[in-house]
Design a protein around this ligand. Structure first.
Ligand code: PPS
Ligand code: ADP
Length: 202
């Protein structure tokens, strides 16, 4: 069903993107962190948000666990629920980026097609989308196990757990690839900040 079949109309803002960029002194964008549970997405996001904030850049984290407390509390971890989770999040990220915020999205987002769709809706709106592969081996992620979830998954207490009993499709061509088994948190953050600077997003 097209939008017109539903009798809905797109309303345009009276404030241009250029005016927002000029007022904020930087662009909006979505930094999309993808990786296994325990790979370091949230840890890197928190440090990145602090660094950006200290530079006067408007940044905000959207994190998988948090979003699942509210907006997506109706969704579980089946493949179709994960796809719907990422679809909704992608739309929210687009709104943040359009509002000229640097939106830091931390979601396992295990499927290439879902991440490609997230990228596509940004590109069609003329917004930057930076895919960051937060890469650690399953062994490293499991040894960290900050929430004890791998242990529960191994015991069969959590079904469809990513990396154990559900798939993770690695990014094909991410803008940034961080090996968190090798890089310290501040080095990962520096990598992202350097990229944003190079691309004149900040
Ligand atoms: N079955 C299963 N598989 C993976 N993760 C699980 C599962 N059940 C609960 N959790 C917790 O949910 C967090 C992942 O949510 P996401 O919204 O990022 O997942 S997804 O992108 O829809 O795959 C994930 O957060 P992170 O550890 O920060 O990645 C877990 O805390
Ligand atoms: N180099 C590193 N980069 C990121 N996290 C690391 C690193 N080394 C150890 N850790 C630890 O690994 C855990 C990663 O957990 P978290 O950030 O919640 O991952 P995710 O959000 O991907 O599930 C944290 O306890 C963090 O302190």
């Amino acid at each position: 069903m097209s939008s017109n079949d539903k009798n809905i109309t797109w309303h345009h803002s009276g404030v241009s993107r250029e005016a927002r960029q000029s007022a904020f002194g930087h662009k909006g964008a979505t930094i999309w962190l993808t990786g296994l549970s325990g790979s370091g997405k949230s840890t890197i996001a928190v440090e990145l948000e602090k660094v950006l904030f200290q530079k006067g850049i408007k940044a905000y984290i959207l994190d998988g666990d948090n979003i699942r407390f509210g907006l997506n509390k109706d969704l579980g971890f089946s493949a179709s629920d994960r796809t719907e989770n990422i679809r909704r999040i992608s739309e929210v990220c687009r709104l943040f980026a359009d509002a000229n915020i640097v939106c830091i999205a931390c979601f396992i987002s295990p499927y290439v097609a879902d991440r490609d769709q997230a990228r596509a809706i940004h590109v069609e709106s003329g917004l930057d989308f930076v895919e960051v592969f937060v890469d650690s081996s399953i062994e490293v992620a499991e040894s960290r196990d900050p929430k004890g979830l791998y242990q529960k998954a191994r015991q069969g207490l959590i079904k469809e757990f990513t990396g154990i009993s559900a798939p993770y499709e690695e990014p094909v061509k991410p803008e940034i690839h961080l090996d968190t088994g090798d890089l310290a948190v501040n080095e990962s953050v520096d990598n992202i900040v350097e990229y944003l600077t190079l691309k004149k997003i900040i």
